[in-house]
Design a protein around this ligand. Structure first.
Ligand code: PGA
Length: 268
């Protein structure tokens, strides 16, 4: 059975207390849904300071993520967080290369690549975020940018490590308050470019098996339409997931579409 991936990064918006309340409510809502084993993989990526507490509230269904990680296990790296510390906090997933880290904090593909290799070495699932900005889209080089970010970000990754790798396609122009969500057709086409590049890099088997999630102004209006597209395996949601009740309602909508699509596929 195909797995649906649904998760959120709470960015720098929730304190420990807020994360705790959010996760308690969300876990309870998810528990009530009648989900088959492995039907949906949920994940929540809170602030570093909330990780320890969040671990106990994730339950069986939600993987716990970190928003960033250092590229070495130990070192004179003031202000960085080591993979060993994330392991100790019970983290499952490490998000790397989010647009805000690339564009506000100046992270390069080379730095992101070093982090990807370090996270894989430490047995985390890596959620690598990629996406073109508005100027690159206007210049008609979005596909090239995605291919470059994948090739540089995944340099040195072996085909054997691919089962621990998830990709999030998040066009920079679609993210946040001023973002315009990508149309389902546009997102689908970019997911195909990503899929093709992964297959070129790692072979068809590994490349086809890797989840590719869409992120950028996902909301209650577009979530089900996006998940209906054949190459979109999941959604990486910001603002629309930060209220547990609203996220739960969005999950229900997406799940209905996902189940319908799966039933149609198995009937053909
Ligand atoms: P948004 O955030 O859904 O609020 O646009 C997406 C993201 O930054 O991953």
């Amino acid at each position: 059975m195909k797995t649906l991936y649904l998760g959120t990064n709470t960015k720098m918006y929730k304190t420990c207390a807020e994360t705790g309340a959010y996760l308690s409510a969300l876990s309870a809502q998810i528990e009530q849904k009648k989900l088959a084993q492995e039907e949906v993989q949920f994940f929540v990526i809170p602030s570093f300071t909330a990780l320890h507490q969040a671990r106990g509230l994730c339950g069986q269904r939600i993987l716990l993520g970190a928003q960033n990680m250092a590229w070495e296990e130990r070192g004179a790296l003031t202000g960085e967080v080591s993979p060993l510390m994330l392991k100790e906090a019970g983290v499952d997933v490490v998000e790397l290369g989010h647009s805000e880290r690339r564009h506000i904090l100046g992270e390069t593909d080379e730095q992101i690549n070093a982090k990807v290799l370090c996270a894989l070495r430490n047995q985390f699932i890596v959620l690598l975020c990629i996406g073109e900005n508005a100027q690159q889209k206007r210049d008609g080089i979005s596909d090239e940018i995605l291919r470059i970010q994948l090739k540089l970000g995944l340099r040195g990754v072996g085909a054997g490590q691919m089962s621990s790798l998830w990709i999030a396609y998040e066009p920079v122009w679609a993210i946040g308050e001023n973002g315009i969500p990508a149309s389902k057709e546009y997102a689908e086409q970019k997911h195909q470019v990503i899929r093709q590049t992964l297959c070129e890099l790692f072979g068809a088997r590994a490349g086809n098996g890797m989840p590719i999630l869409y992120g950028g102004s996902v909301n209650a209006e577009n979530a089900a339409q996006l998940i209906h597209m054949p190459h979109i395996d999941g959604l990486f949601i910001g603002r629309s997931a930060w209220d547990a009740n609203k996220f739960s309602a969005l999950i229900d909508q997406v799940l209905t579409q996902f189940r319908e699509d799966n039933a149609n596929t198995s009937n053909t």
